[in-house]
Design a binder for this molecule. Structure first.
Ligand code: SAM
Ligand code: DTB
Ligand code: SF4
Length: 340
């Protein structure tokens, strides 16, 4: 695939550490300048999440309240009926969300469960919303099946640097994750791939995560940057909290490294001040999860987010603009083919 010279896939950790070391004003100025070359700086894409299958996950991700290995008191729920999912998607659309993301606490979907999720995808598409699912590891033919069904995005995160990842998850390897991402990409579904910070990793790990994200064959269409939501009962509960300005730096560097991707200010907004979020938007974040719940934890109230957008003069991206132009600026071309 030919691509503009500005898109790089050969970042080194040293270069990224040098970005982290820059004075904050210089870093933010560069990130905002890059952002303006590719996007309308006052538009943010909004996605709403729904957990369609909750809890009792066999994986041991140390951050996750849904793992069967941790005692978080979460009540498990079976796969939701399609009607319930459509109702939630319609409500999200009425609130202004353009993308509906469905998450399942699985290591991987069975073929039977995949067909049930496909019914959900088709019903949500019929509402005129973009669809995203996150179901764990996918085989090649499962990714193709999702592509045929018209899925827009598949979310699968790398979570951290390869070394720190080993300390956080033992039941699934980094290579497994890269393989799922390849299967999704090869099937022609847009990739949504990011990670979590604030898990006790150091700056070199954050740089390592960003290098792995940007050096993929194609930059992910969406890059969710999550701040760890600390849930009692998970092994990472009580870990030292990350300086919010370090979070802002991470967003700015993601923007510089992946100039045409939607960088999503993801989990952790409920514990963030409005001012920190405003700095994240200035640093180049142009997508959020919107709606009062993430998967199992809280997100800010919709009224609060609406008021914040109004205070900042930010408008929500519409699905028509996204589909027509890729990134908000018509001059820009998305690296990943926008899904039809
Ligand atoms: N089970 C599937 C998987 O892991 O691929 C999909 C759902 S899983 C909950 C999706 C992502 O949510 C994880 O990869 C992780 O990045 C993020 N996540 C989970 N728990 C989190 C937490 N406590 N704080 C921040 N992000 C979290
Ligand atoms: C992503 O990167 N963050 C979202 C979404 N992809 C699926 C999930 C955040 C989950 C936060 C913890 C919870 O609510 O269970
Ligand atoms: Fe399971 Fe996903 Fe949670 Fe890991 S992050 S325990 S795979 S639901």
């Amino acid at each position: 695939m030919s691509e503009p010279a500005a898109l790089r896939h050969d970042w080194t950790r040293e270069e990224v550490e040098a970005l982290y070391a820059r004075p904050l004003n210089d870093l933010l100025f560069e990130a905002q300048s890059v952002h303006r070359q590719h996007f309308d700086p006052n538009r943010v894409q909004i996605s709403t999440l729904l957990s369609v299958k909750t809890g009792a996950c066999p994986e041991d991700c140390a951050y996750c309240p849904q793992s069967v290995h941790h005692n978080t008191g979460l009540e498990r729920e079976r796969l939701l009926p399609v009607e319930e999912v459509v109702e939630a998607a319609r409500a999200a659309k009425d609130q202004g969300a353009t993308r509906f993301c469905m998450g399942a606490a699985w290591r991987n979907p069975t073929d039977r469960n995949l067909e049930r999720v496909i019914e959900m995808i088709q019903a949500v598409r019929d509402l005129g919303m973009e669809t995203c699912v996150t179901l764990g590891m996918l085989r090649e033919e499962q990714a193709k099946r999702l592509a045929e069904a018209g899925l827009d995005y598949y979310n699968h995160n790398l979570d951290s640097s390869p070394e720190y990842y080993e300390r956080v998850i033992s039941t699934r390897s980094y290579a497994d994750r890269q393989q799922t991402l390849k299967n999704v990409r090869d099937a022609g579904v847009n990739v949504c791939c990011g990670g979590i910070v604030g898990m006790g990793e150091d700056q070199n790990d954050r740089a390592g995560l960003l290098v792995e994200l940007a050096n993929q064959e194609v930059h992910p269409g969406s890059v969710p940057i999550n701040m760890l939501v600390q849930v009692p009962g998970t092994p990472l509960y009580g870990v030292e909290r990350l300086d919010p300005l370090e979070f802002v730096r991470t967003i700015a560097i993601a923007r510089i490294m992946m100039p045409q991707s939607y960088v999503r200010l993801s989990a952790g907004r409920n514990e963030m001040s409005d001012e920190t979020q405003a700095m994240c938007f200035f640093a180049g974040a142009n997508s959020i999860f919107y709606g009062e719940q993430l998967l199992t934890t809280e997100n800010p109230e919709t009224e609060h987010d609406q008021a914040l957008f109004a205070r900042l003069g930010i408008e929500a991206e519409t699905v028509e603009r996204e589909r027509a132009d890729g990134p908000s600026c018509p001059a820009a071309t998305a690296e990943a083919e926008p899904a039809s």
